[in-house]
Design a protein around this ligand. Structure first.
Ligand code: ZN
Length: 134
């Protein structure tokens, strides 16, 4: 069995996961109005344009919310683990895991940064940890 559940990759999300394999956090940008959006989707919710490109995120942001799931237990996680909603400095939000911190030290508004963790030699996932020095 794999050590981590892999994401389902679609035509809309392939660029994101390809970027993650290269240790890049790529964010979709509307070619019509330049609005950033995540998760990726084919149409801009602001101007309905179907064309887009991407930018590379700084990978730095702020904790907006977090939970520590306990049930049902999954074999891919070491408990307790932290699921975090991060607002990147570019203004979009994404869900990930917060690592390298004990749960009691997690605070809403704390600064975090992305890192890329490999699983089973073929899966790479973006994870977050408390922000270090720039
Ligand atoms: Zn747009």
């Amino acid at each position: 069995m794999s050590s981590r559940l892999a994401p389902s990759v679609t035509l809309d999300t392939k660029f994101f996961w390809d970027g993650v394999k290269e240790h890049r956090l790529r964010i979709q940008r509307c070619a019509g109005c330049q609005a950033l959006r995540h998760p990726p989707r084919p149409m801009c919710p602001r101007c309905n344009a179907l064309t887009w490109d991407t930018i590379d995120s700084s990978g730095r942001g702020v904790v907006m919310s977090f939970v520590m799931p306990r049930h049902p237990p999954y074999p891919w996680f070491v408990y307790p683990y932290i699921v975090v909603l991060v607002e990147l400095d570019e203004g979009v939000r994404l869900v990930s895991n917060l690592c390298e911190i004990v749960p009691d030290e997690v605070k809403i508004g704390m600064r975090v940064e992305v890192f890329f963790q490999s699983f089973d030699d073929c899966l790479v996932l973006p994870q977050f940890r408390p922000e270090g020095p720039r």
